[in-house]
Ligand binder design. Structure first.
Ligand code: SRM
Ligand code: SF4
Length: 584
């Protein structure tokens, strides 16, 4: 068994010495001779919304030519609930060409990423993002990340309250450091390293949180944002059309590492019910428990889920209650969840409409065949609409009249963007993370191979008469879980180039963990491996039953799990260590 770490990890030390996230970022930016940031600054840069990356496709070639890595920067822009104004979208589109690789990447947390920004243009890019009243502050790093909210821009009081709550949580948990504005936003003087830091971090303190902290806000019955996958969630409870409070859930998280059985994916647990006005404070209280007791020694054990497990859920609930200056009641019963992804035309409940357009793996770019980016810019400029990014990496265009919907569809057609009825269910409910060539942690391809794989799986489903089945297929280039694979009906999780662990048994509702179905499957053997399951699903499923549900009913408690553990009903977390032993 691995020895427990007892010294603060390197990132803790970097944070503590950073003078509230300043480090030497400004000096490195000014020094054109430095190609990249040092180790500590790379960690600090994340809090400012940027990752230092290099083009992994070029690594070998450059090494052979005696060159160093081709560095560039990923920038992540925070958009609570995925809400984006008309002019912000137009600015992002312009910046994608001017500073990034010509694409806008919608993320699984309703944010936007640019890839390929060069060091010399990092400051100007961030300055312009701020000029458009957006920020990259706290998009990454050990703080509260982009706060998610159910995307439907419905104008009824409950949905309006959900969006407002997401904005308030984002504001409440924003770091207070002035370093961001000093460094990136024009006109502010930078502190010299001798000057005292003028501000304090009242919530986070100088070492911030042990790791990232993710929050989502939704309404009972609507789990479009996969709320159980996060550190903390507010589920709005509605009675007689009124929002009356929140079920608070905590301790979810999907990241894990291959070969480290003490890391695992887990869905969040119910903590309690609080009144409407106390929801934002509840997310802060949980952040303080995490700040005070989270693991600061081993970053692989630092997420809130491990703290919840270490304390035990009852003790965690008790600690939460004690810290709350308001009443905490037992959680309310929740209705079944729907799987609405809001694609196509929908009534906005204020006389207008919104229209969801599927974006494959969140990548808005023009290709030879499909001019998606041009189409979106035309929709935004011609129709003057705002937009919302969904948790499935897609986009909703809002505030449209009936005639504008007709115009929107004709713009899509004009640019060869497939309409909803032309997209298979398997594609529509699929997601893949970026992986190669930008992600430094990828061990296998994801976004670049997913479209072809989906075509193959779609053809297979069609041949089995399963094209009507709504099933989520998700892929990631490593076990970190960025496309939330472990709650999908089918997921491929990268093991090494071309090889994936195959998971089955989650569902669109996002409230159940999938099981490891087959280990180390070559990508070209995916369909063959799934075929027995898909065939029996086609032959014996109940009307309307999803693949994950079917698997759990028929196979989940028997073959696959028992084969690996000898137990009748082991969880994924019991299966994984076993697998590691088998591999060893
Ligand atoms: Fe993620 C790290 C991309 C959502 C769990 N994630 C990364 C990095 C930054 C790689 C790195 O650390 O060097 C990836 C950048 C790749 C690139 O080139 O852009 C990356 N994560 C993404 C995005 C862009 C995937 C996408 O397809 O959209 C998502 C950005 C969300 C956002 O806007 O904030 C993204 N990441 C997620 C999610 C899903 C979610 O939050 O809804 C998860 C699982 C939920 C969770 O956090 O448990 C997730 N990402 C991770 C982890 C594992 C954390 C852990 O607990 O161990 C890492 C690795 C890490 O932090 O060390 C990671
Ligand atoms: Fe990178 Fe892994 Fe996240 Fe994919 S899942 S983006 S490969 S960290």
């Amino acid at each position: 068994m691995a020895k427990e770490k007892t010294d603060p990890n390197k990132v803790e030390i970097a944070k503590q010495q950073s003078r509230l996230l300043r480090g030497t970022i400004d000096e490195t930016l000014k020094n054109a001779e430095l190609e990249c940031f040092g180790e500590d600054d790379q960690q600090l840069l994340k809090f400012h919304g940027s990752y230092q990356q290099d083009d992994r496709d070029l690594r070998k070639l450059r090494r052979d030519e005696g060159l160093g890595k081709a560095y560039s920067y990923m920038l992540r822009i925070v958009l609570p609930g995925g809400q984006i104004t008309n002019s912000q979208y137009i600015d992002l589109d312009r910046m994608a060409d001017e500073f990034a690789n010509g694409s806008i990447r919608l993320t699984t947390r309703q944010a936007v990423q640019f890839h390929g920004v060069i060091k010399g243009e990092l400051r100007e890019t961030i300055r312009q993002i701020n000029q458009s009243l957006m920020t990259t502050l706290a998009a990454c790093g050990d703080v509260c990340r982009n706060v998610m909210a159910t995307a439907a821009p419905l104008k009824d009081p409950v949905h309006t309250a959900i969006r407002e709550t997401a904005n308030k949580v984002a504001a409440e948990l924003k770091p207070a450091t002035k370093a961001y504005h000093e460094i990136w936003v024009e006109g502010e003087r930078q502190l010299t390293s001798q000057e005292a830091i003028p501000e304090i971090e009242p919530l986070y303190g100088e070492t911030y949180l042990p790791r990232k902290y993710k929050v989502g806000v939704t309404i009972q019955g609507d789990n479009q944002i996969d709320i159980y996958s996060y550190d903390c969630g507010l589920i709005g409870i509605v009675e007689n059309g009124q929002l009356i409070g929140w079920n608070v859930v905590a301790g979810g998280g999907l990241g894990m590492s291959h070969g480290r059985p003490n890391t695992y994916a887990q869905i969040a647990d119910k903590i309690g019910f609080v009144a409407v006005e106390n929801g934002v404070a509840a997310t802060r209280v949980i952040a303080t428990i995490y700040r005070d007791f989270g693991n600061r020694f081993d970053r692989k054990q630092a997420r809130l889920k491990y703290l919840v497990d270490k304390m035990g859920i009852d003790a965690f609930r008790e600690e939460f209650k004690q810290r709350c200056e308001f009443d905490v009641h037992p959680p309310r019963e929740l209705p079944d969840v729907s799987n609405e992804d809001w694609m196509g035309k929908h009534d906005q409940r204020d006389g207008k409409f919104f229209y969801g357009v599927f974006v494959e793996n969140g990548r808005i770019k023009d290709t030879d065949d499909v001019k998606l980016r041009t189409a979106f810019l035309k929709i935004i400029t011609q129709l003057g609409c705002s937009a919302t990014i969904t948790a499935q990496q897609s986009i909703l265009f809002n505030d449209l009249t009936e005639s504008q919907i007709v115009e929107l569809e004709s713009i899509l057609k004009e640019h060869q963007v497939p309409l909803l009825h032309e997209i298979s269910n398997s594609r529509r409910y699929s997601m893949a993370c970026p992986a190669m060539p930008t992600c430094g942690l990828a061990v296998a391809e994801s976004e670049r191979v997913m479209p072809d794989l989906i075509t193959e799986i779609g053809n297979c489903l069609e041949s089995l008469g399963l094209d009507d089945a709504q099933l989520t297929i998700r892929m990631t280039g490593c076990p970190n879980g960025c496309a939330r694979p472990y709650t999908a009906d089918i997921a491929l999780v990268g093991r090494r180039p071309g090889v994936y662990h195959l998971f089955v048994g989650g569902r669109l509702a996002g409230d159940r963990m999938a099981d490891l179905y087959a280990a180390d499957v070559k990508i070209e053997e995916t369909i063959e491996t799934l075929m027995p399951l898909l065939t029996s699903f086609a032959e014996t499923r109940n009307p309307g039953e999803g693949l994950g549900d079917f698997y759990q009913r028929i196979l989940g408690r028997t073959e696959a799990r028992r084969r690996l553990t000898g137990k009748e009903t082991p969880t994924i977390n019991e299966v994984l260590p076993k697998l590691v032993q088998i591999e060893a």
